[in-house]
Design a protein around this ligand. Structure first.
Ligand code: PLP
Length: 391
């Protein structure tokens, strides 16, 4: 018996455990201090009542012989796929129901999609990055090349025509940087992918935070993208589903490689290895897309957006360089000259009792930067910003 040795090549992820350890040690030594956490990537507001009511009703149905649901379709129930289809149509993206695959969240599908790609493919990953893209490819032993996201390109790297890759990861609005690609910039990526016969894996997990209507919420708003892109989305940040679990992946019929439809391969993969998302959760997800649900989740998103605004206004006042915070729940700030990301973490924890996330934890280009999130409590976010402004 042999293990998958690629797992031994994974770098240990100490980022969040180190943060937790440092915060715990500080809190134990300083029990009188009120620590404000602006490092979390999880939501803090509850589910909207439309979803809760829909799930209660669905749970009751499961308790009756007449309305009980056993195994559902692996790709998701039609009622939810139709709701997602209508949501995309609002941005002039026409999807077929069979192009939509309901999942238990974007993270699993981002990892699982690699099943349908050869391990020989060369992968292009931005740095800094959401670690899942990197680790899932390391697990498969795929060759990884990086594209630099940095201050010069506003943390939005563009294609390099001299580099030839097969699989490209794009996350917009971005985690960790909060940077958002314009339609014109995404069009350059689509042109590159079509020219190089590459596939784009587009992570739209934060699309709900886009308020500027000129910015694309889906890569399919760009012409030609349906021939080369797979899109991953999630209700985690859109509707507070981080603990409820529901997302969806779009694999257009038109994406073909080696004369083979990727939709067909993904369908085969899912019907073999996945038995679908629970009926109750899919009813809760469907409710997010109703008029009532949409109004309710908008209120929660606006709450986080207000937090983001409080943070960005403070950064402007303090003359701190940053990206994100507009059209995104993440604010990516430059740490003071001469400090590393971790030194700034320690400084903020010990002097201002604020917790954030050191940028270096997301890759080498994150060194010298720091991630703050808008998912915290509104009053505490304001208090944290007042602390930053005070000497
Ligand atoms: N993609 C990005 C960029 C994320 O930041 C996250 C979660 O933080 C996910 C995907 C995973 O989302 P889900 O909860 O749907 O698995």
């Amino acid at each position: 018996m042999k293990i998958n040795k690629n797992y031994l090549a994974l770098e240990d992820s100490y980022l969040f455990s180190t943060i937790a350890k440092k915060v715990k040690a500080y809190a134990e030594k300083n029990p009188d201090k009120k620590i404000i956490r602006l490092g979390i990537g999880d939501v803090t507001l509850p589910l909207c009542s439309a979803s809760v009511e829909a799930m209660k009703k669905a749970a009751d149905e499961q308790g009756t012989k007449a309305n009980f649901h056993g195994y559902g379709p692996e790709q998701g129930y039609d009622f939810l796929k139709e709701a997602i289809k209508a949501y995309y149509a609002e941005n002039s993206v026409a999807l077929e129901a069979d192009e939509i695959f309901v999942s238990d969240g974007a993270k699993s599908d981002l990892g699982n999609i690699l099943d349908i790609f050869s391990k020989d493919n060369v992968v292009l990953i931005p740095n800094p990055v959401y670690p899942v893209y990197l680790d899932t490819n390391v697990m498969d032993g795929r060759k990884i090349t990086y594209m630099d996201a940095n201050e010069e390109n506003g943390f939005l790297p563009m294609p390099d025509p001299s580099v030839n890759v097969d699989i490209i990861y794009i996350c917009s609005p971005n985690n960790p940087t909060g940077a958002v690609y314009t339609k014109e910039q995404l069009a350059e990526w689509v042109a590159y992918a079509l020219k190089n016969d590459a596939v784009i894996l587009f992570d739209a997990a934060y699309e709900a935070f886009i308020t500027d209507s000129s910015l694309p919420r889906s890569i399919y708003e760009v012409e030609g993208a349906k021939k080369c892109a797979i899109e991953f989305c999630s209700l985690s940040k859109t509707a507070g589903f981080t603990g409820t679990r529901c997302g969806y992946t779009i694999v257009p019929m038109e994406v073909k490689k080696e004369d083979t439809s990727l939709n067909k391969l993904w369908l085969r993969r899912q019907t073999t290895k996945f038995n679908g998302v629970s009926y109750v959760v899919q009813r809760g997800a469907e409710a997010v897309f109703t008029k009532e649900g949409r109004e309710q989740v908008k209120i929660a998103t606006a709450y986080y957006q207000k937090n983001a605004q409080v943070i960005t206004e403070t950064m402007k006042e303090l003359g701190v360089w940053f990206v994100g915070g507009v059209n995104s729940p993440y604010i990516w700030i430059k740490v003071p000259e001469g400090m590393t990301s971790w030194e700034y973490f320690d400084y903020l924890l010990e002097n201002k009792n604020i917790v954030g996330t050191p940028g270096s934890g997301f890759g080498k280009n994150g060194e010298g930067f720091f991630r703050l999130t808008a998912f915290g409590d509104a009053d505490l976010t304001k208090e944290a910003m007042e602390r930053l402004k005070s000497k």
